[in-house]
Design a protein around this ligand. Sequence first.
Ligand SMILES: C[C@@]1(CC(=O)O)C2=NC(=C\c3[nH]c(c(CCC(=O)O)c3CC(=O)O)Cc3[nH]c(c(CC(=O)O)c3CCC(=O)O)/C=C3\N/C(=C\2)[C@@H](CCC(=O)O)[C@]3(C)CC(=O)O)/[C@H]1CCC(=O)O
Ligand SMILES: NC(=O)c1ccc[n+]([C@@H]2O[C@H](COP(=O)([O-])OP(=O)(O)OC[C@H]3O[C@@H](n4cnc5c(N)ncnc54)[C@H](O)[C@@H]3O)[C@@H](O)[C@H]2O)c1
Length: 498
Amino acid sequence: MSSENYAQIRKGGSLLLAWRIENKRVLIVGGGNVAAGRIVKTLEADANVTVVCPDDGLNDEVRYRINQNQVHNWINRNFEECDLENVDMVLTAIDDHVRSREIYYMCKARKIPVNVADVPSLCDFYFMAEHRDGPLQIGISSNGQAPKLATMIRQRVADALPENIGMAISKVGNLRQKLRDIDSDYESSKKRMGWMIRVCKEWSLNELANLDDKMTDLLLSFYSKDEVPSFNSIVKVARSTEDVNKDEEKRARSRIILVGAGPGDPSLLTIKAMTLLSQADLILSDRLVPAAILEYAKGEVRFASAKSGSEKTCSSDVSQDELLNWALEALEAGKLVVRLKVGDPFLFGRGGEEVLFFKKRGWDVEVVPGISSSLSAPLAAHIPVTHRGISDQVLITTGQGTKGRMPEIPEYNPMRTTVVLMAVGKAKNLSELLLDRAYPSDLPAMFVENGHRPNEKIVRATVGDLGEIVERENVVSPATLVIGRAVDALLIDEEQQG
Ligand SMILES: C[C@@]1(CC(=O)O)C2=NC(=C\c3[nH]c(c(CCC(=O)O)c3CC(=O)O)Cc3[nH]c(c(CC(=O)O)c3CCC(=O)O)/C=C3\N/C(=C\2)[C@@H](CCC(=O)O)[C@]3(C)CC(=O)O)/[C@H]1CCC(=O)O
Ligand SMILES: NC(=O)c1ccc[n+]([C@@H]2O[C@H](COP(=O)([O-])OP(=O)(O)OC[C@H]3O[C@@H](n4cnc5c(N)ncnc54)[C@H](O)[C@@H]3O)[C@@H](O)[C@H]2O)c1
């Protein structure tokens, strides 16, 4: 065997070890500067530390550590031999050489390892100049030759280290522990070590320092195949699942709900509508919804921009698109969106179109009913839309069909109440249409303008004079028109009672 294959033996050193003294009883004799340094070093090694030193000998730092109960035990007097009972290690740091030596021999007699700060030749072990960063411990020893130089070298080494080296070591420690949990077989030792060595060599310190729990688990999933993927590939997978989780979190709050605001009186809102109004991040409201209702909104309220009044027949569609796109953006951003509509969302509210719009884009729409003015406006005018012997059916229609066409209205039936929404603009045409369908010219009718609002106005008419009444009485929208014998149903009852 050739000698150059093996390290030369360089005599005269001391054995460098990381001595585990957790919970070991360490006695420190003295309370000055050197003792203060010993206290720190032994406490950082989780030892059970006793200091023996009279009160007047304590320096500020030692006194502080005693007062903070960092030191487990303080004996307030000079050292006595009995202090060596049940002690695992002794460190003397006193300015009394004679006593130091005596203590040394007492320790020898009891086979207690001892460091005598002022007499290197009496030390079983020397302290080192230390650098610590998390689990990293670097000790510099000049083996008693030049402690100050050891201190200076310690500083240079520390300055030369990569910034997050301590973190990298912690992360590798965690990885090794988890690896042993996965594969604890004694026989797997070679495979485990080989894989760990590759991880440490193939990943940079920075990459190791940036391992989080999720990435650690991902990395470990390659162990069974004995593969070490690159840091970047692990980051990519970890990020994408993170994004999926974030998306899911966002989606969990993302909701779009079509809410009916009812006729305009806040007390006629459903409890559900009120609750949703207060919870929503964004409320997209029709202009017609009164401020008294919007007061319940805590989130941002936006309105469909008022009809532009341009010649385009679909000018209102432009604002509708804008509104729906706001809703989509808010949903993507994880918001709870309420689309607030007067009356009931599905009764001439274009609610169905909006449901389809969102469905096509992957969002299910909840719908909260509202009280429609087709049913509440007659009530405001004391008209029962059905009444035994007078009306057993109700027709709800619009006065303005799509693109300005008049609605299809069936032949007159005396037992039917006809309710016309958006009836003001085409009142004259409506009158002609109804007469054409054999509605009697003197059949009673009632305009209910702004029903259930503070500015409610109720105007009587007949089928024959709808157009003139609108002009003469200045009836304006929003107004509901109720036609049929039911209009007078309660009047007749009152007269009968009288
Ligand atoms: C590394 C460190 C660890 C620690 O103590 O924790 C440590 N001394 C440190 C500092 C330091 N000590 C001294 C000075 C003043 C300058 C100078 O004299 O050089 C400075 C510098 C300063 O204070 O800046 C004076 C001194 N030290 C010893 C004697 C007795 C003698 O030599 O006879 C005297 C003379 C007393 C006198 O003349 O009266 C003895 C020892 N000091 C040792 C360790 C062991 C050898 C380690 C090695 O050689 O590497 C050893 C043998 C026994 C032991 O103590 O374990 C710590 C750095 C802490 C840090 O910064 O990390
Ligand atoms: N190892 C080293 O790194 C190093 C560094 C500097 C000094 N020294 C040597 O270490 C000794 C201590 O240095 P220091 O700076 O801490 O001195 P210091 O004067 O600050 O402290 C001496 C302490 O010893 C206490 N003391 C004295 N006799 C005692 C006894 N019988 N029982 C209990 N406590 C007693 C005093 O009350 C005082 O608290 C000195 O002899 C010094 O030469 C060693």
